[in-house]
Every structure is written in structure tokens, then in C-alpha cells.
Design a protein. Structure first.
Length: 221
């Protein structure tokens, strides 16, 4: 029986940023649900889960956004599943916001002094520890970093299932958000586009992965 550690490393070697997919092959829905569950179970700072995932099904919407998604010219038309990952904006992340209150009370089931303590901890973190409270852009990018954790977990889960993926940042964010907002897919007061991801099966063989040696990356101090 193959060891789990070997399976993980094989999946990491298998995974690459697939530039073009086999448009005829579709991911079984039960496998795609595993990929989605990997995102749902991902960790986030304070457990705030500051993300939302748009799985694009509409050919019309794909056609509308493709011109402003220059990094997805091959991936979007050929991928089995295409996703836009959203990160929450500052107003959504404040400890007294409706969203955070819902997370703390309804998801984490915090009450009384424990609830108050966590709200103060979050407030102190943004204002003092990271000092980003007054910066809308910095708050959005903080939330985006949490989203990338979920993205990494989705790509790893996909690789373990022998499903290819590609993370994509090649888009004009303001124009993409405007289209999504106009089509009712995005509330720009609450969310911004963080990145995109394509999932499917590679069309062409992939060469050996090239990376720096571990000795140049890790330093034990």
C-alpha cells in the first residue's frame, strides 16, 4: 500500500498551472464537490472565512468577462469548471459588522465574555498589531491572503484526484467587477475579486516541474 506521504508528493509533482484543458472532459460532480469542501474546511485568521466562490456556469457571463480576463484566454473556454474567488472588504471585516457578528455568534457559537473578548481581539489586531484599520486596500489584501489559503487547498485536493488546475490573476479587476456587478453576481460594497481558478484535465503533457533546491529556501534558526 502506498504511503500517504508518497501520495502527497506525487500530487504536488503532478500539479501545475494548466494553460489549456481538454474541453471534452468534465470533472464528475462528486469530485468537484470534494474540491469545494476543501475550500470550505480551510483555515482563516480568527476563523472569519472572508471569502465567497463564484462557480461560473453561464456561457453568456463567461463571454462577457473573457475580454477583461487576459490571463484566462485558453483556460476559461476549455476548463471543466471555472471559479472567481472573492474577498470581503473592510466594512464586512469589522468586529461589529453583521457578517462578523454572524460568524462569531451563529457559526462559532460564542456568547457573553468570550464573544466580547474575541471582538476586542479582532479590533486590536486590525488597529494595532497589523495597523491596517484605516486602509481599505490593505484590509482587502489581508482578506485576499486568507482566500489564497482556500485556493491552495482546492488545488491540492484537485491534484490528489488527478484533476488539473490553474490559479489566475490575469484580469482587469475594476472592469471585471463592474461586469459582475451589472449582471448581479457581485456586491461591490461587500466583495472584491481576489483571483480566479480553472479546473479540468490537461490537454497536453506536462514537463518535469522546475523549482529551486530546498537548501536555498529553508533556513533553520
Amino acid at each position: 500500500m502506498q504511503r500517504t506521504s508518497e501520495q502527497i508528493l506525487q500530487a504536488m509533482r503532478f500539479r501545475h498551472a494548466c494553460k489549456e484543458f481538454d474541453a471534452q472532459r468534465k470533472i464528475p460532480e462528486e469530485d468537484f464537490e470534494v474540491i469545494c469542501e476543501a475550500a470550505r474546511l480551510s483555515p482563516s485568521s480568527f476563523g472569519l472565512e472572508p471569502w465567497k466562490f463564484l462557480v461560473l456556469k453561464s456561457p453568456k457571463l463567461k463571454e462577457m468577462i473573457l475580454p477583461v480576463c487576459w490571463g484566462a484566454k485558453l483556460q476559461m473556454p476549455t476548463a471543466s469548471h471555472f471559479m472567481i474567488l472573492l474577498a470581503r472588504k473592510k466594512a464586512e471585516l469589522l468586529p461589529d459588522s453583521k457578517y462578523v457578528q454572524g460568524i462569531l455568534k451563529d457559526v462559532q457559537h460564542l456568547k457573553g465574555d468570550v464573544l466580547e473578548a474575541k471582538m476586542k481581539r479582532i479590533d486590536h489586531f486590525f488597529k494595532n498589531d497589523f495597523g491596517i484599520y484605516g486602509d481599505e486596500t490593505a484590509m482587502f489584501f489581508w482578506a485576499s491572503r486568507q482566500v489564497y489559503i482556500a485556493l491552495a487547498n482546492m488545488m491540492t485536493a484537485a491534484a490528489l484526484l488527478k484533476i488539473d488546475s490553474c490559479p489566475i490573476e490575469g484580469f482587469i479587476r475594476d472592469e471585471l467587477e463592474e461586469i459582475l456587478s451589472r449582471e448581479g453576481a457581485l456586491d461591490r460594497e461587500k466583495f472584491g475579486v481576489c483571483c480566479m481558478a480553472a479546473f479540468g484535465y490537461r490537454r497536453n503533457p506536462q514537463g518535469e516541474k522546475k523549482r529551486r533546491d530546498k537548501s536555498s529556501m529553508f533556513e533553520r534558526v
